[in-house]
Design a protein around this ligand. Structure first.
Ligand code: PEP
Ligand code: MG
Length: 892
């Protein structure tokens, strides 16, 4: 008979942590903790296969399931000493979802299930605490009605507020057993009013309602969005965990808390967490009461006047510390745990590998490898390359003047500035329009995931370090300040008020998630650097990777950053980017608009010295590392003057009339500039442009070589080539210029001539092209554009639908389309190598910084990837992981 249900408790379990696919992360780890002998309340897991069955069979259950659940319930009851649905000695349970990966978008938890008008009296008798029983019952009604029956929280909150007002109470703790009875009666009326049915009294009906709610939540919109953002397949399904209740709210010797074995923000090796005396789990996460520190050291550091768990319940604390150490050693990773203390008895409720910031991930991995708990290869494989992004972004300049408007908790490190928005929808809309935004909410919920994704940073006025905003922001690597209690948010007016000042939607603020501060305006930031554990791990990665990593750098500033981040050369210098400078653009326009060669040569003579010094400084900064310079590749429209002032400016410079120039500009207008007069076509039609650039390169190289004493390695390439003949023509000019400069200066610069492969025809003719080309650099931006026939500048409006409908696995401009574009790359590499053994192969499209694309480059045997300077460390790590055969995730 098929097995759908797996029990655990009393030091043993039918499952284990290796069974995550079947039991989900939570269920597998509960089983594992039971097997390790840790105190886990008994329970059982309904497997993910039931979820699969449920959706494959019109949302129904396998026929054997009911009996298996009943048997498991009896077993749990026997271990806990209670009986489910028994009016005298009832077993109460929690019901939680548990997918393989934790998924905030889903139904999370129902506690105290099994309570009804009869069992609540039994609990009152057995606990000797009537108030506790009725408080538990009202919590259950509220939670169950919300997550299972869809009754909104405010229905209950209003009832409670009215009751407190009538009685003159301020806090929930002021309510007596009698008060809670009244509240329960009103809650039940509210449920009946909202759902047109009385609140279910039958514990079995309650249980199956909760189980179905978990399985249904697998397909709710939030869960679907979360899966899309995190590449989680729909086919995985979720499990359901049913577990005997233990109570953290049975008085002063009871407590509940969450903790990490190390600090999830910094990675420091110190137990880190929060707890609340006399509370249930949701109280910690909801941020209603301010939690207390677990350790004394943390309490002192936080300057908290509330006693730590270490002082309040020292014995339980010691037991907990032992459990945390055992778990970290066992799982060989930082653990994120939940626990409850019921009248002095300690229980573990959950453990899982903890989410952490990029910085913490680095520190934890490096320290664990250094202490021998994991290997260096494991340390390398554990860091999501994309997570380094947050370390590669600016932090606040400590010397900058800043006007602090509010302080809160340093929930997720890093700094960001942007325009204030108060809703996730606005965050997404403005982000799509190119704005940078800070999402400001009272507290975030799973509905805000896409808005948080769109925002540069997050500010909340409620919630602690383990609130939704804090946990999710850390996972995303976004700066977050949470619980800035003095800030008032008015959603209706779209304003926030802090220190008596009001800021509106669209006003710019800066949040510093490292310090927990909010500042007015955009505060100046400092550039990041690779040091400490970051540098250490990068060193380990460099030892194992085969692929070289270069940078796409067009300016000396880019080149310097690239070197700082460990680039091993420049893989692409887009020379046209050097031309947008105010001083230069006029001469460039002059060149483009010239009527004849003479006019062009006059303009080129003005540009030459500027280009020479550009190249000289690039060579100098790269200090003997290879520098690949691409000949001019201007989609002409980017350079043409548009306004009448711009036209007049060029007319004055060349001694022409604005009318004449306007006519020339109109002549040059193209319907499809991306497929127009650009790339090598320019050097074919106007070879003097390529000649000027070649001269600037060789003269710049001579200059740099003299200055640094290091030999320059110059690589010159032509863009948008599709035939050998094009390259032959250009190469002849370059060779001639090399000779000319050598004889003029007496210095012969070694150089290589190669080509971009960025058109399908170039890939197909690669064998022939390699007769001339000494290297290939795959321009996968254009190659994607031309292979898919999708304009790289116009894809935004429909690509989303293509990804959503599964036509493309992800945005092919971010992560390489392995099946199509990838096949062309592989084919060109093979044909190129056949002609020219050992031909150097690199990639310089945006894909060069995308981990999944880098894995493809490793597989295809390319020599290097080239990416934007800020992505160089990400590429170094991704290349190491690719060499280790670690599956990469795209950053798309
Ligand atoms: C490319 O097409 O991939 C490339 C690197 O060139 P550009 O983006 O400048 O067209
Ligand atoms: Mg290109």
């Amino acid at each position: 008979m098929a097995k759908w249900v797996y029990s655990f408790g009393d030091g043993k379990a039918e499952g284990a942590s290796a069974m995550k696919e079947l039991l989900g992360g939570k269920g597998a780890n509960l089983a594992e903790m039971a097997n390790l002998g840790l105190p886990v309340p008994p329970g059982f897991t309904i497997s993910t296969e039931v979820c699969t069955y449920y959706y494959a069979n019109g949302q129904s259950y396998p026929p054997e399931l009911k009996d298996q659940v009943d048997a498991a319930l009896n077993h749990v009851g026997a271990l806990a000493g209670h009986v489910f649905a028994d009016p005298e000695n009832p077993l109460l349970v929690s019901v939680r979802s548990g997918a393989r990966a934790s998924m905030p978008g889903m139904m999370d938890t129902v506690l105290n299930l099994g309570l009804n008008d009869v069992t609540v009296e039994a609990i009152a008798r057995s606990s000797g605490d009537e108030r506790f029983a009725w408080d538990s019952y009202r919590r259950f009604i509220q939670m169950y009605s919300n997550v299972v029956l869809g009754v909104e929280h405010h229905n209950f909150e209003e009832i409670l507020e009215v009751h407190k007002d009538q009685k003159g109470y301020f806090q929930d703790t002021d309510l007596t057993a009698f008060d809670w009875r009244k509240v329960v009666a009103s809650y039940k009326e509210a449920v009946e009013r909202e759902t047109k049915k009385p609140f279910p009294q039958d514990p079995r009906e309650q249980l199956w309602g909760a189980i179905s709610a978990v399985f249904s939540s697998w397909m709710n919109q939030r869960a679907i969005t979360y899966r899309r953002l995190h590449d989680i397949p729909q086919s995985w399904g979720t499990a359901v965990n049913v577990q005997a209740m233990v109570f953290g709210n049975m008085g002063e010797t009871s407590a509940t808390g969450v903790a990490f074995t190390r600090n999830p923000s910094t990675g420091e090796n110190a137990l880190y967490g929060e707890f609340l005396v006399n509370a249930q789990g949701e109280d910690v996460v909801a941020g209603i009461r301010t939690p207390q520190n677990i350790t004394e050291i943390a309490r002192i550091a936080a300057k908290s006047d509330k006693p730590s768990m270490e002082t309040v319940m020292p014995e339980v604390f010691n037991e907990f510390v032992r459990a945390t150490q055992l778990l970290e050693r066992h799982y060989r990773d930082m653990q994120d745990m939940e626990f409850t203390v019921e009248r002095g008895k300690f229980w573990m409720l959950q453990t899982r590998n903890g989410k952490r910031t990029g910085r913490a991930a680095l520190r934890v991995a490096v320290e664990m490898a250094t202490s021998g708990l994991i290997t260096r290869e494991e340390a390398i494989s554990r860091i999501e390359p994309g997570s380094l992004d947050q370390l590669l972004h600016p932090t606040l300049d400590p010397n900058a003047e800043k006007i602090i408007i509010a302080t809160g908790l340093p929930a997720s490190p890093g700094a960001a500035c942007g325009e204030i928005v108060f809703s996730s929808d606005d965050a997404e809309t403005l982000k799509a329009a190119g704005h940078k935004v800070i999402l400001v909410r009272v507290e975030t919920s799973p509905e805000d995931i896409s808005g948080m994704h769109a925002a540069e940073g997050i500010l909340t006025t409620r919630g602690g370090m383990t609130s939704h905003a804090a946990v999710v922001a850390r996972g995303m690597g976004k700066p977050c300040v949470s619980g800035a209690g003095a800030v008032r948010v008015d959603y209706a007016a779209q304003t926030l008020t802090a220190q008596g000042r009001t800021f509106s939607k669209g006003d710019v603020i800066t949040v510093d998630g490292t310090a927990g501060q909010v500042m007015e305006g955009a505060v100046p930031m400092l550039q990041p650097e690779v040091s400490g554990e970051f540098a250490e791990l990068m060193g380990w990665a460099d030892e194992v990777r085969r692929l070289k990593v270069r940078a796409n750098a067009d300016t000396p500033a880019d080149a310097r950053i690239a070197r700082q981040f460990g680039a091993e050369g420049i893989g692409l210098c887009r020379t046209e980017h050097m031309f947008f400078d105010n001083e230069r653009i006029v001469a460039v326009r002059e060149m483009i608009l010239a009527e004849n060669e003479e006019g062009r040569r006059a303009a080129l003579a003005k540009i030459l010295p500027m280009q020479r010094s550009d190249f000289a400084s690039l060579f100098e900064i790269m200090h003997g590392l290879p520098v690949t310079i691409r000949l001019l590749d201007p989609p002409l429209h980017e350079f043409l003057p548009h306004t009448s002032e711009e036209i007049a400016e060029v007319a004055t410079a060349v001694g022409s009339t604005p009318e004449k120039l306007k006519r020339r500009a109109d002549e040059l207008h193209e319907f499809n500039p991306m497929l127009g007069f650009r790339g090598v076509r320019l050097a074919i039609a106007f070879p003097e442009i390529a000649e000027m650039q070649a001269r600037a390169i060789f003269e710049g190289a001579v200059e740099a070589q003299a200055k640094t004493g290091r030999p320059v390695i110059a690589e010159i390439m032509a863009p948008l080539v599709f035939s050998k003949r094009e390259l032959d023509l250009v190469k002849a000019r370059i060779d001639a210029m090399a000779e000319a400069v050598a004889s003029e200066t007496g210095v012969a610069i070694p150089y290589h001539v190669g080509t971009m492969i960025e058109l399908p025809r170039a890939a197909l003719r690669a064998g022939e092209i390699a007769e001339t080309a000494e290297f290939f650099s795959f321009g996968t931006n254009d190659l994607t554009q031309t292979t898919l026939g999708i304009s790289r500048d116009d894809a935004g409006s429909f690509l989303g639908a293509y990804v959503q409908k599964g036509i493309l696995p992800q945005d092919p401009f971010i992560s390489i389309d392995v099946d199509g574009v990838g096949e062309l790359v592989a084919l060109a590499a093979e044909r190129g190598r056949k002609t020219r053994d050992g031909i150097k192969l690199g990639i310089c499209g945006e894909h060069g910084g995308d981990p999944a694309s880098i894995a493809f480059c490793e597989k295809t045997g390319l020599d290097y990837v080239s990416c934007s300077p800020y992505r160089v460390p990400i590429a170094r790590l991704a290349a190491a992981q690719a060499a280790l055969g670690h599956a990469a995730r795209s950053t798309a």
